[in-house]
Design a protein around this ligand. Sequence first.
Ligand code: G4P
Length: 534
Amino acid sequence: MSQIADEIKNQINKRRTFAIISHPDAGKTTLTEKFLLYGGAINLAGSVKGKATARHAVSDWMEIEKERGISVTSSVLQFNYGGYCINILDTPGHQDFSEDTYRTLMAADSAVMVIDASKGVEAQTRKLFKVCTMRHIPIFTFINKMDREAMDTFELLDDIENELGIATCPVNWPIGSGKEFKGVYDRNTRKVELFSDTHKGTTQGEVRKISIEDDEIGQWVTDAQLAQLREEIELQDGAGAKFDQALVSKGELSPVFFGSALTNFGVETFLKHFLSMTTSPLPRKSDKGAVDPMEEKDFSAFVFKIQANMNKAHRDRIAFMRICSGEFEAGMDVFHIQGGKKVRLSQPQQMMASERKMIDKAYGGDIIGVFDPGIFSIGDTLTTSPKRFTYEGIPTFAPEHFARVRQVDTMKRKQFIKGINQIAQEGAIQIFQEFNTGMEEIIVGVVGVLQFDVLKYRLENEYNVDIRLDNLPYEYIRWIENTDIDLDRLTGTSGMKKVKDLKGRPLLLFVNDWSIRMTVDRNKGLELSEFGRS
Ligand code: G4P
């Protein structure tokens, strides 16, 4: 019998922790706002963005994101709805997103993918999606902006299946789009949820549902639309994948919903279904096997994000961790596995709606930010368990932009090295050195080019070091999986460069896909990976 107190079990059981992903402008922020509206966490939709900007004002280097009006950092929002305690991990949606975006997905138990109905799957969704599939977490699709002209429904579903390689199962089906949008048909209840945008989403609005067999439906939906709906549903019933919770849970089948976040249509329907289909906190892999929050009574967590310099005067950092098991209490002492000693987790914070607040307690599934005096690294494990185990590390994601970096004033080498190493430790950038050339030059790799600006800004402001960045033509990085390859003899193309990371592990940079293929061809048995092990 488990020794976990019922109260803790109940708390963990009602947690739903998910990441929300989308291409910029698909409507992620709007949808999140509407979720919060249902949770009663905000009264008026529209406040997420405003408050987020105010919050960011505490941090200096985030001036960059204010100036550009984009969000570099990801935040976590918690609210209650329908007996669930929901943690939404928001991911920066701009093209210039960082590795943090990927890491955030490592802390989630499922993902909600928002797609613009007029655009289908876009580049960034594809990238983020790869990380979800790597983890086999459930993925739910919300096709947004049905109040605008949309792509054909079958085309949209095909797009998801082809681009992302996952089967889809529409839970509801749209009737028209744009000016002709009439609502969605629930394939299970056979009722039409009628579209209304009277409230423009500032209140919860009323929901009207009418059976497709009811004569009244004719008042709302034209005969032609009804005929088309019947035909489409018949086609879908015949050829489409059936709903299968087991496949959803394995991330092999994505339930699809249609709606319009802006007009608050289809949002609550989505939320309700999603909450019933998604999962409570999942077991996490560790070096002693999977740690199940329903079996492990002790507190355990791993760090997935470090945010620097919330307060420039103190150069402090906040380490964000995902609690995997047990109960957290403010000020508790826990064992930091990688540091090999006990630490007190002080000033624990959590986001409620968009405000940061101090918390007393948190449970498995929750995300908390704690004060970090500079001892934590991404992927570190903390636990009160006497058994001491380490959670599986967070992979290093492939940067796509590289630059050679030097300090302008050669006298400042020490500060430069210290600064760049600290920033790399936080995970904002990755640093590499040329392999076997004896050159002292540092190559920096980033996932989004904005990180170059962040690096420059932070080195100037926090470490008083001016740097020069010279862009390099490489776009791809691959980790070498083989341990028995003689790197000196490895031959590539002129578009390939050998480098090593901070731990001395060899990597290859490439200018293009062709160069990767040629290098693999020329070196028998060479195994390359897109993710680095931590
Ligand atoms: P993001 O976080 O994914 O980047 O998207 P965001 O919610 O900021 O939405 C991007 C734009 O799309 C916003 O308009 C938003 O109002 C609009 N939008 C979101 N959902 C819907 C929808 O269901 N239907 C329609 N028609 N539009 C939608 P904006 O003009 O760029 O910004 P704003 O000035 O309205 O904030």
